[in-house]
Design a protein around this ligand. Sequence first.
Ligand SMILES: NC(=O)c1ccc[n+]([C@@H]2O[C@H](COP(=O)([O-])OP(=O)(O)OC[C@H]3O[C@@H](n4cnc5c(N)ncnc54)[C@H](OP(=O)(O)O)[C@@H]3O)[C@@H](O)[C@H]2O)c1
Length: 276
Amino acid sequence: MSVPKLVLNNGVVIDQLGLGVFQIPPAETKAAVLAALEVGYRHFDTAQMYGNERGVGEAIAESGIPRDEIFVTSKLNNNSHEPDVAKAATARSVEALGGPMDLYLIHWPMPAVGDFVDTWRLMECFAAEGLTRTIGVSNFQIPHLQRVLDETATVPAVNQIEVHPYFQQDALRAFGREHGIVTQAWSPIAQGKVLGDAVLAAIAAETGRTVAQVVLRWHLERGDVIFPKSTRPERMAENFDIFDFALTDDQTARITALDAGLRGGPNPDEFNWIPD
Ligand SMILES: NC(=O)c1ccc[n+]([C@@H]2O[C@H](COP(=O)([O-])OP(=O)(O)OC[C@H]3O[C@@H](n4cnc5c(N)ncnc54)[C@H](OP(=O)(O)O)[C@@H]3O)[C@@H](O)[C@H]2O)c1
């Protein structure tokens, strides 16, 4: 069975499942992406902050798979919101990835550091220049999104935010849905923290699947885009094998009941970290 696809608000099509490469060391990224391509992944989520865009680009080039069959996302770093710095950083991403991006995100809004609406206008320019097919944001809260909607001409195609069974973000997801903004759920298995959950283990037993598969399936059925990270080919294959079963309403309700408002990562309203 093939990966379900979503159409973004500018008509660009995205696979609902990909591979995230956060915390994959640069020297291991090419091998990880090649292994994922072998499994069947055609969608990769990287970032300037991860330092491993080049490995993604090299793997795609080496695979021989036509570039237009692969979807690559990268993200503007927190230290690169100033116009000249942003232009240079974006040019470096395009070079490292071996060509224009499919999706380019503002990684964090950084509200205490600068005006993310100005940064969004730069993103509009990068799209107009053909450096990316589409643009979006990451870690934006409703007030951040509202300002972009009110003050600019382009609705972000996606908002990439932390979402998993312990942190379900339904208000922010609903706001996105209302405005044609697809939610991308980062840390979809909470970096492994949900894997020991007794409720999820029971549902895994009922479905004959692993806990990771149950959780990833739950995300797909909610309509979000996900890219679980793994460097292990057997886990990449496990995470990719979720298209041929469905959760019952009762199973979905039991997962919904696990929401605990438990963030694993930083709060975007407070996060103003600038890398060197
Ligand atoms: N925009 C943002 O600010 C932001 C923030 C965080 C993440 N992200 C994106 O979201 C992606 C995914 O999030 P994440 O990497 O934080 O966390 P995640 O995908 O929820 O979890 C990854 C962790 O789970 C393990 N794992 C993966 N599949 C497994 C399986 N089937 N069974 C058991 N363990 C498994 C991985 O270990 P192994 O590698 O050893 O398998 C790794 O330790 C990132 O790679 C990145 O692309 C974006």
